[in-house]
Structure formats: C-alpha cells, structure tokens
Design a protein around this ligand. Structure first.
Ligand code: AMP
Ligand code: MG
Length: 352
C-alpha cells in the first residue's frame, strides 16, 4: 500500500487543511488507518466502533490483540453513547482535564466491539486537545481508536518521521503536524473500581487527580519494579518503548553515576561494542562514549518528557549496542518519565 504523507500546521487549520482532514476522515469511516498528531504522542487511528478497523490497527503495529486501544472522542455526548453509565468522577475529571492528556476507563456498552477493547468489558476514552486530532475525530464519525503510532515495542512516536519509519506502506495516510507537545502517553485512570486507580502515569500527576477526586489509588506495578503482580492496564506488562541496544539505568550521586558509567563504557568499548549515554545538559560533557545525548536540564521535567522517546530512537539510528542512562527524580511528572525509562530498560537498574 502507498502511504500518503500530508502536512498540516496545527496553528493554521485553513481550507487546504480542512480538505485534507475531510479526506483523512473518510479513510477512517471506510475502515482505513491514519496516523495523526496528538498533544501526547502520534496516534494510529481507525474507526473505534468498527471491529475490522481495530484488527487492522493490531496488524499494522504488530500489537498483541489482548492490549486494548484508547478511543478518542471530541465531546462528552460521544462518551455517553458508548458506556453503560458515566460515573460522577468522569464528569469531574473531564471538566478539569479534557481536552487533554488523561484517559478514563469506564464500563463499555454494546456499541464498542471487543476487538477495540482487547476482549475487556471496559473501554478507555480520551478527548485530545490537539486541534488536528479534534478535527479529525469530528470528520471520522466521532470515535477514533488510536494507540501510539509505532511498531509494538518501539519507543512511541513524537515526530511524523517516527511514524514514517514504523508504518510507511502499512497504512493509508500519515498526517505530519510537527513535534508533539508533551512527548509521553496519557495518564490512564480506571473509574470502574470503588476508588479510582491510576494504571499508567503521565502528564496529569496523582496530585492533580487527587485534588479533583479526593483520593486515588495507584496500581502498584507502576511504582514497584520488583512487583510480581499483573499490571491492570494490559499494555503495561509488555517491554515497551525499548531501544534496540540494552539499556541500564544508573542511580546515585552525580559523581558516582558518571564514574560508574564511564568505567562500564570503557569496558564495553574494549569488547568492540558501541556505547550510548543519556545524560543531562550539566553532565553531557563529562562522559566518554561513542554517542552521548542530553535530554535537557535535570530540573526541567517537561523537556525531559518531550525529548526522551526521540533520544531513544536516535540511539537506534546510531546502532549502539549498550546504553546507560542517568536516573531521574521519581515524583510529579518524573514518575511518568521513570516509568517509561524503566520499561525501556526492561527494569535493568543499578544503584551506585
Ligand atoms: P497506547 O495507546 O499504545 O498508549 O496503549 C493504550 C494503553 O491503554 C495500554 O497500556 C492499554 O493496556 C491501556 N488500556 C486501554 N484500554 C484499557 C482498559 N479497558 N483497561 C485497562 N487498560 C486499558
Ligand atoms: Mg503505545
């Protein structure tokens, strides 16, 4: 299949952009797939109420079919039509954070096919704030099932070029809307249990959620890497976001981390391996390795979130065999950053 690649400027949705979005919408209505930008990462969209579309999404990504998709909507009425009941907490969270990077899990009704929910009786729903995404949802019949637009297991796409790498030739269209805003996937909260439970950390932090809801639980598997419990979001059990080289996260004082990474880097180089290092602006110049990248200033978590997946993909292009990354603070947005980094490393972390 030939994949059409089109460009739209989110800040200037003119007649030409509207015409493209109408075409993209009809591709989705007819059962085809379109990759598009959201404020979190790029999504791979198909009609969320069409089981055949969802099957195509799994096939294009090589995604296990028990890993459910998030359904993207443009208004609250669309939510009311596909769930058994909208809990009070959903209205509160939607008022506070939608459109935005928060996904709500509710009990689905018969309109949502099991192909979309990976066989579950619940459905994950999000209203994105990206204007290209919003317009596309409206043009596509109101329900776009969209996981991240990457090959399953690879780092999520934060640029259209990442979608082109992974999906070119497999889907009808890729909409290039430039770099995404946030760079990490949405926070997921399950509203089907007595106390709402965070299943995946993201830009919307536990504190922001508990400010609105009173109390929230956090799925233990997110914060405790040694937990043997099964994660409640099926997708969280897979090794995700993974670069091709083996990644180790190193935690400790700045000097100890730099000394450890440099020593290990030297050993690896002696064995003929190519080494990559993820540091920060302050430490980048203090390492010795083939490829050294900074994710920004340590205290600027928004930039780290924005850069992380891009940097992981850049290491793949550089064909590194082993990689080391500094560890980051685990609170606030840092919780989502460390969750993705630990998954990319297959939980391979050393404390020095
Ligand atoms: P992605 O869109 O690639 O970021 O993946 C969507 C994430 O949402 C995966 O980790 C899924 O397991 C999770 N998810 C989607 N629907 C549900 C659901 N009904 N219950 C629990 N987790 C879900
Ligand atoms: Mg994903």
């Amino acid at each position: 299949m030939e994949t059409q690649i089109v460009q739209i400027d989110e800040q200037n949705i003119d007649d030409r952009a509207k015409e493209i979005l109408a075409r993209a919408g009809s591709i989705i209505k007819q059962g085809g797939l379109v990759a598009f930008p959201t404020e979190t990462v790029y999504g791979l969209g198909g009609d969320g109420l069409n089981p055949e579309s969802s099957k195509k999404i799994y096939a294009a990504k090589g995604r296990p079919s028990d890993n459910p998709l998030i359904v993207h909507v443009a208004d609250m009425e669309a939510v009311e039509k596909i769930v058994e009941e909208v809990p009070e907490a959903a209205y509160k969270l939607a008022k506070a954070f939608w459109p935005g990077p928060l996904t709500l899990i509710m009990k689905k009704n018969g309109k949502v096919p099991y192909e979309t929910t990976g066989g579950l009786d619940t459905v994950a729903i999000r209203m994105p704030s990206n204007r290209i995404a919003m317009e596309l949802i409206k043009q596509s019949g109101g329900y776009i099932a969209a996981p991240s637009a990457n090959t399953s297991g690879r780092p999520s796409p934060t640029l259209a070029s990442h979608c082109i790498e992974d999906l070119s030739g497999k889907i009808e269209m890729i909409i290039d809307g430039g770099a995404v805003g946030i760079g990490l996937e949405s926070t997921i909260i399950d509203l089907t249990s007595d106390t709402p439970m965070i299943l995946r950390p993201g830009y919307i932090t536990p504190k922001m959620l508990s400010d609105v809801l009173g109390s929230v639980d956090i799925d233990r598997t997110i914060i405790d890497s040694t937990s043997t419990q099964k994660p409640k979001a099926p997708g969280m059990k897979y090794r995700h976001y993974a670069p091709k080289g083996q990644l180790t996260i190193v935690e400790g004082s700045q000097d100890a981390v730099i000394a450890y990474i440099n020593a290990r880097s030297k050993e690896a180089a002696a064995k003929g391996q190519r080494v990559g290092i993820i540091g920060t602006d302050a430490t980048k110049g203090l390492y010795n390795a083939d490829v050294i990248k900074s994710v920004g200033k340590r205290e600027d978590e928004e930039t780290i979130a924005h850069e992380l997946f891009k940097v992981l993909r850049e290491f793949d292009e550089e064909n590194v065999d082993v990689m080391f990354s500094e560890s980051f603070d685990d609170s606030g947005l840092g919780q989502a950053i460390m969750n993705r980094l630990l998954k990319a490393a297959g939980h391979n972390k050393v404390v020095v």
